[in-house]
Design a protein around this ligand. Sequence first.
Ligand SMILES: NC(=O)C1=CN([C@@H]2O[C@H](COP(=O)(O)OP(=O)(O)OC[C@H]3O[C@@H](n4cnc5c(N)ncnc54)[C@H](OP(=O)(O)O)[C@@H]3O)[C@@H](O)[C@H]2O)C=CC1
Ligand SMILES: Nc1nc(=O)c2c([nH]1)NC[C@@H]1CN(c3ccc(C(=O)N[C@@H](CCC(=O)O)C(=O)O)cc3)C=[N+]21
Ligand SMILES: [Mg+2]
Length: 282
Amino acid sequence: MILLDGKATAAAIRKELGEKVGILKSTTGKVPGLAVILAGEDPASAVYVRNKERACAEAGIVSKGYKLPASTTQEELEGLIRKLNEDDSVHGILLQLPVPQGLDSDRCLDLIDPDKDVDGFHPVSVGRLTLGLPGFRSCTPAGVMTLLDRYGLDVSGKKAVVIGRSNIVGKPLALMLLQRNATVTVCHSRTANLAEEVRSADFVFAAVGRPLFVTRDMVKDGAVVVDVGINRTDAGLVGDCDFKALESKVAAMTPVPGGVGPMTIAQLLINTVRSFEMKQGL
Ligand SMILES: NC(=O)C1=CN([C@@H]2O[C@H](COP(=O)(O)OP(=O)(O)OC[C@H]3O[C@@H](n4cnc5c(N)ncnc54)[C@H](OP(=O)(O)O)[C@@H]3O)[C@@H](O)[C@H]2O)C=CC1
Ligand SMILES: Nc1nc(=O)c2c([nH]1)NC[C@@H]1CN(c3ccc(C(=O)N[C@@H](CCC(=O)O)C(=O)O)cc3)C=[N+]21
Ligand SMILES: [Mg+2]
């Protein structure tokens, strides 16, 4: 089995980006900037935001954290986004989800300048993905595609089954796989015979949010399995797949932790540097 090492791949990407940013700095006199907005005190979100800030530093990207209390009003949050849209030192704006109760995340995401939408959540970015046009792609599914690329795994002509249809993972991932000429099936909580669908897959993508959801009997011999799930259990952080049971059956698989999670952050950095380049007309 080939372990799809997202941790090592993400580290390599950060190093490459650091070198690229160094060159961009010497030619333009400027550096890419990312604004990360965290409203409220969700502990998992705080961990992710800290990881993002550390990753930015490694790649030479200036990150600016905006920590807002859970009591922040819709008007205040929208005011901050408007200000960041106008700020020339900011090339990417990320609103960490979920936002506290009472705040309307859709209205906030809508307000982000699509040219700074490095998270790929703006309806314009989603529309561009759907149409196959250039634009920012949601970092988790785009990070998955980057990981497959780095391992030379090509989905073209292959049967891909995505489990989960959320707007930030399952749905955009299905569109990206279709763009790469996979034959794509999307499963969800109303899918009949889900196990049978998954058994037919050359590539399985699990984005469900349930530990041990994908079991050995559900996966075909020699399949490639990408586990997007992040579940906090008494046994620690686990994915959606029964890693131990699948190990001797699959051709390649991502671990959790150390798989898709670090790639999500690496993709955010890739998108931010790209946004910076576009601003410079590069
Ligand atoms: N590694 C990373 O960078 C990231 C990891 N994640 C992780 O990925 C997982 C999915 O995240 P997200 O997409 O936001 O989650 P959501 O909860 O938004 O979506 C879960 C999806 O799984 C489906 N589902 C739930 N239960 C079942 C079931 N019993 N049978 C079939 N389908 C089911 C749901 O179906 P339905 O639509 O019918 O309700 C839904 O489409 C989570 O563990 C999350 O923590 C998320 C983002 C980034
Ligand atoms: N606007 C927005 N953009 C996001 O991209 C976004 C979001 N909101 N809200 C939450 C989800 C989740 N997410 C993760 C990022 C990194 C890891 C990650 O680094 N995981 C490590 C482990 C980290 C740990 O120890 O918890 C790993 O899998 O190895 C996981 C999950 C991004 N999300
Ligand atoms: Mg969700």
